[in-house]
Write a protein that binds this ligand. Structure first.
Ligand code: V47
Length: 377
């Protein structure tokens, strides 16, 4: 039987007084066997931020290229130029994919790889303008900071210069990937060819200055220590203090199939649930903690709502072909009907709320002909 952990009482007092938690507090939360109190604290923190609401988005997810030269050891998705199963979509193909979704959706989520033939402003700026002309109500959630860093270096532009051009072409939000774990030790071993932590943070802070929102993630379940997870969360909290503009934090559970870190295996249900709760409690200046159904599986996502999560991400629209998690072994499908989101959220005792990338909210049966809603969170 679990007994109440007295060490959580001091943490609860800090939370009630609005004091940010320390790394040591985070370790106590990760190590407690009192999972019920952990859940209660995280749920209370969630309800202080987003009351009784839980969010989802009608969206379309596209991986526009899987060609990537970063060679991160956790990745099962990347392919080389000569691989028969490489995918590199032309701009027309990406537009066709987006349009086959119909018009009733609010977000295009696109990520790719470090692909020298696709990651260029010549490809992206005209494509973004086409999206904005044809689907003006659809927010563009494009790239990760790693892709922006790659593009900036390629064009020999400063972050300020490249972000100004992307913002002008209609970029609404940048996805949270590429963060992995900020620790230098981790990056040296796992993703040495990718943007480092300081530059990842600088890109996000530059985006915020240009009015572009962003998300943040952490890949957990490989070689990182609990201290490194907490340092990562604290670095994000400090970045949000310097430069408000992060909407959501998304814990990314490691998927082991077909990559060089397979021996770490799958994360456990308890580790997943703890990650949601600890993220919610450490990141006191992030409004949203997302339990992404495709990554965690929809059942863990529903449980995560009891542990501080307040978002389940999106439908993905039609029969799509997300590749990052499907090549690494996820058993989730490609599509969830929004009625299913609403059923699961209501069963958990919350009110389902449809949103876009920047958390403007919509009635469930909203259609583009209705015009954009007034209320933003
Ligand atoms: O940076 C790659 C992760 C990220 C694996 O902003 C893996 O809403 C687990 O940006 N196991 C890219 N994770 C995806 C991304 C993202 C994902 C979900 C939500 C949002 C958002 C953004 O995918 C990479 C890396 O951390 N990843 N391979 C793997 N085997």
């Amino acid at each position: 039987m679990t007994t109440a952990d007295p060490a959580l009482r001091a943490i609860e007092c800090k939370l009630d007084e609005g004091i940010s938690l320390s790394l040591e507090d985070g370790l106590t939360l990760f190590r407690t066997s009192d999972i019920h109190t952990l859940g209660r604290l995280a749920k209370t923190a969630k309800e202080r931020k987003s009351r009784n609401e839980v969010y989802y988005v009608l969206n379309r997810y596209i991986n526009s290229t899987n060609v990537c030269y970063a060679n991160c050891t956790f990745c099962s998705f990347s392919r080389g130029e000569k691989d028969v199963d490489r995918v590199r979509m032309s701009a027309d193909q990406v537009v066709a994919k987006a349009l086959e979704t119909g018009t009733n959706f609010n977000q295009l989520h696109i990520v790719g790889g470090h692909d020298p033939r696709q990651l260029s402003l010549d490809y992206w700026l005209p494509l973004m303008r086409r999206f904005k002309e044809q689907l003006p109500h659809v927010q563009l959630s494009l790239f990760t900071a790693a892709e922006i860093d790659y593009m900036a270096r390629r064009h020999r532009l400063s972050y300020d210069e490249i972000v100004a051009q992307l913002a002008e072409a209609g970029l609404d939000n940048v996805n949270g990937g590429g963060a992995e774990v900020f620790s230098e030790r981790f990056r040296r071993e796992v993703c040495p060819n990718k943007v480092d932590a300081a530059h990842w943070l600088e890109i996000h802070e530059t985006l915020h200055r240009h009015g572009v929102a962003s998300n943040a993630t952490m890949l957990y379940g490989t070689i990182e220590t609990l201290e490194e997870r907490l340092e990562h969360l604290i670095m994000l909290r400090e970045s949000q203090r310097r430069s408000p503009g992060y909407n959501a934090f998304i814990p990314l559970a490691f998927h082991p199939d077909g990559n060089a870190l397979s021996h770490h295996g799958w994360t456990s249900g308890l580790d997943d649930i703890r990650m949601f709760a600890v993220s919610r409690l450490m990141l006191d200046n992030f409004d949203h903690i997302k339990a992404y159904w495709m990554i965690q599986g929809i059942k863990v996502c529903q449980l995560a709502l009891e542990f501080g999560a307040d978002d389940m991400d999106g439908t993905h629209g039609s029969t799509d072909e997300e590749m990052i998690y499907h090549s690494a072994g996820t058993r989730s499908g490609q599509y969830v009907d929004d009625r299913e989101f609403r059923r699961l959220i209501e069963e958990a005792g919350y009110v389902p709320v449809r949103r876009n990338s920047t958390y403007q909210t919509f009635p469930h049966d909203w259609k583009p002909e209705d015009g954009m809603p007034e209320r933003a969170l």
